[in-house]
Design a protein around this ligand. Structure first.
Ligand code: OGA
Ligand code: NI
Length: 356
């Protein structure tokens, strides 16, 4: 009985959506970031406009153009660890369907969403707020639902039953992103000079975690964030955003806004690619800003190796040097984030060898 009470208490929270809907004029103290971590919105200081690469994926299928697209991908990965893709093959109706289902989900009454709440990062389906409401020292203006998504038939029954269209619409989007990620995984392997199937062989059946994020309008966007600076653990993330809000850190540690391009998707390299490439590519550090006027939604589809499979630097890329990183699995990452403050130290830094 005591156990049940405790877990009930741990799992109760006030979501960002609830705060926005109640019309709070200020963010509660727990959301206020130390001045050095605030996003400096509206000032040109610290945030710069740079043209980020846009890759037309349909050209990958053009025999004569493929190698130049692969070169562009190589440059984008080296310089930013991120690029946007257009003509990616996911129909607009599938994208709109997913955004519509997410809008309806986050608009549900609190009690309904709470059916799926969990602070346990190992749960295959969980609703939550911030990063982890039960352990975060500073909170972030985000509600989310995360669910395992591949193989779809294994997980979809556990997804939200409300709104009734959720499983079908988000399921279609999850399948389409899984197909897209295979093309990207080949192109990224090729861009490193590896066999096209290199990442595929590493990822085997792989895992896909879909993080559906909701950032409601926020009364004080200057002093809070939707997500703190972090990199994603997987090999790559395909991100769909309903409006601008994502920022990435460049090599000078300046924050760059990632523009909203209608119909485009954002591809981000994760820690598994940094390790696999022995640091030739870096996972991209990113954060999310919020705004006063409207709600922003995003779908981050994280593609990764299977839970227990370790990734290590590709011998072809290490050559005669010592590998610059130790190996790790998705499960190792989950263990790390449930026992450490990942805002203080990035997981990937714990894998770096001192000789690098
Ligand atoms: C994430 C993430 C970015 C966004 O879910 O890991 O970085 O724009 N999301 O929501
Ligand atoms: Ni992320």
């Amino acid at each position: 009985m005591e156990e049940t009470m405790k877990s009930l208490l741990d799992d109760s929270f006030e979501s960002a959506m609830t705060l926005t809907n109640s019309g709070v004029p200020q963010v509660p103290d727990r959301y206020v970031l130390p001045p050095s971590q605030r996003p400096a919105l509206g000032s040109s200081l610290g945030t710069i406009e740079t043209t980020l690469p846009i890759i037309d994926l349909s050209l990958l299928h053009e025999h004569l153009l493929r190698s130049s697209v692969i070169r562009d991908i190589n440059m984008a990965c080296k310089e930013f660890g991120l690029f946007q893709v257009i003509n990616h093959g996911i129909p607009p109706s599938v994208i709109e369907g997913a955004l519509d289902a997410a809008t309806q989900f986050f608009d549900l009454p609190v009690e309904e969403k709470m059916l799926l709440v969990s602070a346990d990062v190992h749960q295959p389906v969980r609703y939550g707020t911030s990063l982890n409401h039960s352990t975060d020292r500073v909170h972030y203006w985000r509600d989310f639902i995360k669910h395992y998504s591949y193989p779809l038939s294994k997980w979809i029954d556990m997804w939200p039953s409300n709104p009734p269209c959720y499983k079908e619409k988000v399921g279609k989007y999850a399948e389409a992103t899984h197909v897209l990620h295979k093309q990207l995984r080949e192109a990224i392997s090729e861009s490193l000079g590896l066999e096209k199937n290199y990442l595929q062989e590493q990822t085997e059946e792989g895992s896909q975690v879909m993080a559906v994020n909701c950032y409601p309008a926020c009364p004080e966007p200057e002093i809070t964030l939707g997500m703190p600076p972090h990199s994603d653990f997987g090999s790559l993330t395909i991100l769909l955003q309903s409006s601008q809000g994502l920022q990435i850190m460049d090599s000078n540690k300046d924050w760059i806004r990632v523009p909203y391009i209608e119909g485009a998707l954002i591809v981000q390299l994760g820690d598994q690619v940094e390790v696999m490439s022995n640091g030739i590519y870096k996972s991209v550090i990113h954060r999310v800003t919020v705004n006063k006027d409207y709600k922003r939604l995003s779908f981050a589809s994280l593609h990764s190796l299977p839970l227990h499979k370790k990734i290590s630097p590709a011998p072809e890329l290490v050559g005669n040097n010592a590998p610059a990183y130790g190996e790790f699995s998705f499960n190792d990452f989950l263990y790390y984030i449930s026992n450490n403050d990942c805002v203080q130290q990035r997981f990937i830094d714990t894998l770096k060898k001192s000789n690098s």
